[in-house]
Design a binder for this molecule. Structure first.
Ligand code: ADP
Ligand code: ADP
Ligand code: MG
Length: 448
């Protein structure tokens, strides 16, 4: 087992990893930017290194600085968290060449899955259904027009290097296609340095359902059931829950089995998520693999009772699973609300600044994963998420009641947060009925 783990991240996920390390008797090493010197992850880690100025490109994305900190600090492994370098296959490779374990998949699997078009080919080869779309990257307008005709409008143009909802454009008809193609290419080139795009049929009113998977280095692949993440704004998740409330047991089993085929097909190890969209007839289609721990992993932890970060660490260090698929339960219902420092009344504009006072919710069935505290200043330089409010109750109905109560309890003064917005979602009949699709928020709560 490892003696010391460096966490190449910040915010709540850095705390989450520090907590797991402490319980496992592993020393944790934090890295931080100048903007984060008063952060909780710096205080709670056993050791901390400043790796540069506020800008991510000058700190959290500096591979050289992070590797130096790992070497000086004597880390035998690095946990990348999510975002930042977590899906950077080059960083993963550099860790390997420096003989530091990367807590995640091998660079080869990461590289393949990081390219969505390649991931799509692996899905096809593994017998996992994909959304009808182009056979590969789209090389010309003429090709796009031909493929779009075949698969039918509307079509979604997707960046092969995409992530975080960037580089995606919908075209409802042929006259929109070439402009949308150009926009998607430009956006992808600017954001990822790769302008490659492909086409998928745009599924109307889909739900987003994903499967948590974990694979060890001994050929064992297990799923930890599914999550429904359909409550999204602009393709960004706001609320996640486990299990899916809408899928029939037979469909749940089928989607989890498909996820396992995908992970085997990609020779993937460690924790990962296979994402699908599900249409109105409950057909599911693979969209991508997230080769890292995800923001919404706690809902899965609550229903399975499995600490995913500890499992990631154990798997990376070479341990073999002792449990079988049948020994992974799914008990009750869990919901997570992402609490962001944003103003929902001003188009979710980020609202960094000083939290003059804060009270965190608690009580039976409530978990609050957050790095925020009274007096903490949310820097403007990073993702605006300041915490994740998670509840776990025997039924979804009870979970909704507990979440409403916990959202009311959360007090954050000095900045605006998305808590009040979540309360509106939790009161909405469509959410209560469990019938949200990915356009629910835009349709019912923003443009309403
Ligand atoms: P997830 O499904 O885990 O939410 P997404 O695909 O939506 O992942 O986004 C990728 C991850 O990167 C997310 O976990 C998100 O919080 C994180 N992220 C996005 N932007 C930033 C940023 N500027 N700084 C740090 N993390 C970010
Ligand atoms: P990202 O890497 O940005 O997370 P994804 O491929 O996971 O990109 O897609 C993000 C979201 O976009 C999905 O959760 C879903 O809401 C929507 N989406 C993706 N593909 C389709 C599609 N073919 N039809 C309709 N919506 C889609
Ligand atoms: Mg995604």
């Amino acid at each position: 087992m490892y003696n010391r783990i460096l966490i190449a991240n910040r915010g709540e996920i850095a705390l989450r990893v520090i907590r797991a390390c402490r319980e496992m008797g592993i020393q944790s090493i934090a890295v931080y930017s100048e903007a984060d010197k008063d952060s909780m992850h710096v205080r709670l880690a056993d050791e901390a290194f400043c790796i540069g100025p506020a800008r991510s490109a000058d700190s959290y994305l500096r591979i050289d600085q992070i590797i130096s900190a790992a070497e000086v600090g004597g880390a035998d492994a690095i946990h990348p968290g999510y975002g930042f370098l977590s899906e950077n296959a080059h960083f993963n490779e550099v860790c390997r060449s420096c003989k530091i374990d990367f807590i995640g998949p091998m660079p080869e699997a990461m590289e393949k899955l990081g390219d969505k078009n390649t991931a799509r080919s692996i899905a096809i080869a593994s017998g996992v259904p994909v959304v009808p779309g182009s056979d590969g990257l789209i090389e010309s307008d003429a090709e796009a027009i031909r493929v779009a005709k075949e698969i039918g409008y509307p079509v979604l143009i997707k960046a092969t290097a995409g992530g975080g909802g960037k580089g995606m454009r919908v075209a409802s008809n042929e006259s929109m296609l070439s402009t949308a193609l150009q926009q998607a290419r430009n956006e992808a080139q600017a954001a990822f340095g790769n302008g490659g795009v492909y086409l998928e049929h745009y599924v109307e009113k889909p739900r987003h359902i994903e499967v948590q998977v974990i694979a060890d280095h001994h050929g064992n692949v297990l799923h930890l059931h599914e999550r429904d993440c359909s409550v999204q704004r602009r393709h960004q998740k706001l609320i996640e829950e486990a299990p899916s409330f809408t899928l029939a047991p037979e469909r749940r089993k089928a989607i989890c089995d498909a996820a396992i085929r995908m992970i085997r097909g990609a020779s993937y190890t460690n924790a990962g998520t296979v994402e699908f969209i599900v249409d109105q007839q409950d057909n599911f289609y693979f969209i991508e693999v997230n080769a890292r721990i995800q923001v919404e992993h706690p809902v899965t932890e609550m229903v399975t009772g499995i600490d995913l970060i500890k499992e990631q660490i154990l798997v990376a260090s070479g341990q073999k699973f002792t449990r079988t698929q049948e020994q992974i339960p799914c008990i009750g219902a869990a919901i997570e609300c992402r609490i962001n420092a944003e103003n929902p009344d001003k188009n979710f504009q980020p609202n960094p600044g000083k939290i003059t006072s804060m009270f965190a919710p608690g009580g039976f069935g409530v978990r609050f994963d957050s790095h925020a505290y009274s007096g903490y200043t949310v820097p403007p330089n990073y993702d605006s998420m300041i915490g994740k409010l998670i509840v776990h109750r025997p039924t979804r109905e009870e979970a909704i009641i507990t979440m409403r109560r916990a959202l009311l309890e959360l007090q954050v003064e000095g900045i605006s947060t998305t808590a009040a917005f979540h309360r509106r979602v939790l009161e909405h009949p469509e959410f209560i009925a469990g019938r949200c699709d990915t356009k629910f928020v835009d349709r019912e709560l923003i443009n309403a």
